[in-house]
Design a binder for this molecule. Structure first.
Ligand code: GTP
Ligand code: MG
Length: 202
């Protein structure tokens, strides 16, 4: 798929205020600084459609971008921990969970993880949360330019092995990306295009 047009639509702190157009939507989520906004710019061939920063916490709102006038990309803030005193339980920001639980247009999520890191509980917890809510998702291993091919392959194998050794029955669909080297652009856009085409046929 060629990205012919990409425009910023709106930023929101509440899912209820998000655009009510019934077009397919894809959301990018993951920890702060993992490269969500950079990936959106890379996918759309735009330098600063989504705002990026070296400092974590740049994206604070739910940001909608309209692509090729017929689908939405959504840039989200990083998820994080909040401590609940009673059970010391970790959870995700309410407006993020509200988004995932109530956004009807959401077709699929992309959970971004840094390819250099071992599986982190916050990420696997979020993937489990998506699974519990029957929200389809793919994993994107970001910043692939930071590793040599062998190390990258080893890390992904380790990631797979670790998840499959826990409660996971199968490893999710996944992509490898680099915003600096445009790795993954074609594959991720082709994947979205295929889903969009199925939508049009329905
Ligand atoms: P928040 O909005 O804070 O949640 O962060 P984010 O996930 O949107 O990350 P962002 O895209 O702002 O990128 C964070 C930092 O990582 C920036 O300094 C980027 O330049 C850098 N970065 C993002 N993607 C890549 C990549 O593929 N390769 C390299 N080398 N750096 C990257
Ligand atoms: Mg961001």
């Amino acid at each position: 798929m060629q990205v012919k047009s990409a425009t910023f639509v709106v930023s929101n702190s509440e899912v209820a205020k998000c655009p009510n157009t019934m077009i397919p939507e894809y959301a990018f989520i993951g920890r702060s600084n993992v490269g969500k906004s950079s990936l959106i710019n890379m996918l759309t061939n735009r330098k600063s459609l989504a705002k990026t920063s070296g400092r974590p916490g740049k994206t604070q709102l739910i940001n909608h971008f309209l692509i090729n006038k017929n689908w939405h990309l959504v840039d989200l803030p990083g998820y994080g921990y909040a401590r609940v005193s009673k059970k010391d339980k970790k959870y995700f920001q309410k407006f993020i969970t509200d988004y995932f639980e109530h956004r009807q247009q959401l077709v699929s999520a992309f959970v971004l993880v840094d390819c250099r890191h071992e599986p982190q509980p916050i990420d696997t917890d979020f993937m489990e949360y998506l699974g519990e809510h029957q929200i389809p998702f793919s994993i994107i291993f970001t910043k692939a330019d930071k590793l040599k091919p062998n190390a990258l392959e080893r890390n992904i194998e380790f990631y797979k092995k670790t998840l499959l050794a826990s409660a996971w029955i199968e490893f999710p669909n996944y992509f490898i990306s680099s915003a600096s080297n445009k790795i993954g652009q074609e594959e991720i856009l082709a994947y979205i295009d295929e889903i969009n085409n199925n939508f049009e046929q329905d």
